[in-house]
Design a protein. Structure first.
Length: 172
C-alpha cells in the first residue's frame, strides 16, 4: 500500500509539496511538477532541434550511460555525443528504446509515455521526483536525478522535453 501511495504521489500534481511524503519516508527536497498549470500544446517542440541536443549534451556524452546505440547495462540510448550529427537510424534507435518501453527500474511507468509526461519515468528522473522508496530496485542510486552527477537541467530544457512528450513524442 505504501508503495502504491508513493507512486501515486509521484505522478500527480502536487506543486509545493514534497513527493513521496507519506509520513514514513524522509521529506523530499523536490516538489512535484504541477501539470495543472502546464501548457504542453505550445510552443510546438521539435525532437531534432529542441530535444535531441539536450539529450546529446546531458545524457549521451558517454557510451557507459546513454550513448551506446545497443544500450549499455540496461540504459536506454539517447543519442550520439553533441559533437556528432545524429543519423535517422540513431534517431529511430532512440525512439525504439524509449517511447512506450517500460523503465529499467520497476516503476510501473514507461520510459517515455507519448502524450503523458506525468507518467513518463524520464520526466521524473529529470525533475528529481522519484526516490528509492518509490521503486523496487537493487541499486542504491535508483532514485538519483539525471543527468547523473550534475545539477538538474534548466527548467526551460525540461519543459521542452515535457512538451515534446505531451505533443506525442514524435520524431520531427
Amino acid at each position: 500500500m505504501r508503495k502504491l501511495f508513493a507512486i501515486f504521489v509521484a505522478v500527480t500534481a502536487c506543486a509545493g509539496a514534497a513527493c513521496g511524503d507519506d509520513g514514513e519516508s524522509p521529506p523530499g527536497a523536490t516538489a512535484c511538477f504541477d501539470y495543472s498549470k502546464f501548457d504542453g500544446a505550445t510552443p510546438e517542440v521539435s525532437f531534432r532541434t529542441d530535444v535531441l541536443p539536450v539529450f546529446q549534451r546531458g545524457c549521451a556524452f558517454s557510451s557507459t550511460c546513454h550513448g551506446a546505440e545497443a544500450g549499455s547495462a540496461g540504459f536506454a540510448y539517447l543519442g550520439p555525443p553533441l559533437s556528432e550529427q545524429a543519423t535517422d537510424a540513431q534517431i529511430d534507435a532512440i525512439v525504439a528504446q524509449n517511447v512506450g518501453v517500460p523503465s529499467r527500474a520497476p516503476s510501473g511507468m514507461a520510459r517515455i509515455a507519448a502524450g503523458d509526461p506525468a507518467n513518463s519515468f524520464l520526466m521524473h528522473k529529470l525533475d528529481g521526483t522519484l526516490t528509492c522508496g518509490d521503486l523496487e530496485c537493487a541499486a542504491d542510486d535508483c532514485g538519483r536525478t539525471m543527468p547523473a552527477g550534475g545539477d538538474l537541467l534548466p527548467a526551460a530544457e525540461r519543459d521542452a522535453i515535457r512538451r515534446w512528450i505531451q505533443q506525442g513524442a514524435k520524431v520531427n
